[in-house]
Design a protein around this ligand. Sequence first.
Ligand SMILES: [Zn+2]
Length: 306
Amino acid sequence: MSNFLEKYRKWVYVFIIILICLNFFAWQEVFYLYQLENLKVEFFSVGQGDSAFIITPQNHQILIDGGPDSTVVNKIAKQMPFWDRSLDLVILSHPEKDHMQGLMEILKRYKIEYIVWSGVKKYTPEYLEWLKILVKQKNNKAKIITAQVGQEIKAGSLMIDILNPKENLFGKEIKEVNDTSVVAKLIYGKNSFLFVGDIGFNIEKQLIMDSRHCEEFAVNDAIQCVSLNSDVLKVAHHGSKYSTSEEFLQAVLPNIAVIEVGKNSYGHPTPEAISRLQNIGAQILRTDQLGDIVFISDGQNLFLSK
Ligand SMILES: [Zn+2]
């Protein structure tokens, strides 16, 4: 027996070291899982445009819009392990460059499981490129979904309710593309985020009416209505004066308003939108002033991480 040990001593040591390593990795995994009890919502600073990255407690990775250029590629790379080349869900609010260009750069590099967008038609070079990229993603087994009010996406314990567009807009040409923006409410426990793309007053009004109608109807039929009331509002259209009405803010009652904005010639964010947000008492956070803005939620409380 001692001869046996002598002969294989080296291998016994190697075996013990492997066991120690395995134990270390096992613990690493335990800590990793522990951290994932939280939801992380990060608003990327991508200049004049929108992009937000969400990691759910079950480690689903979701990207809403991608900003006006490839800035988002490095930001995503920093958030994900290098071997992970796929995202679970991307949502394109509407097919305009300041939301779409960076998203296309991501779609060229990552395999996507679900792609949700409004489906509206637009004759711009970037739109035609978007269509080509969609075909490639579809060939790669991506499920492409036309967004419409009433849809609900479950990503583990995170719920995403689609509140706009009101009808299926696939293949339709719409003059006011901003108003076709996919509006999505993210709900995790008691915390919620409202993403409204670039919608203007008209759609804000429609959202309020839909929400009221639902509540009247629900009294009889016990339908679950999605309230507009949210902790965090992604302010519409980079703080345009034609969005973020007083009436809409009264319905959303956000504690925090995030304005995704960069250098621009439109005067965004406008003093009008800022003053309406201040009047409602919302804390205003701007990506041009703060850089990336990160929220962590444990389902009960919302923390600003930075
Ligand atoms: Zn925009």
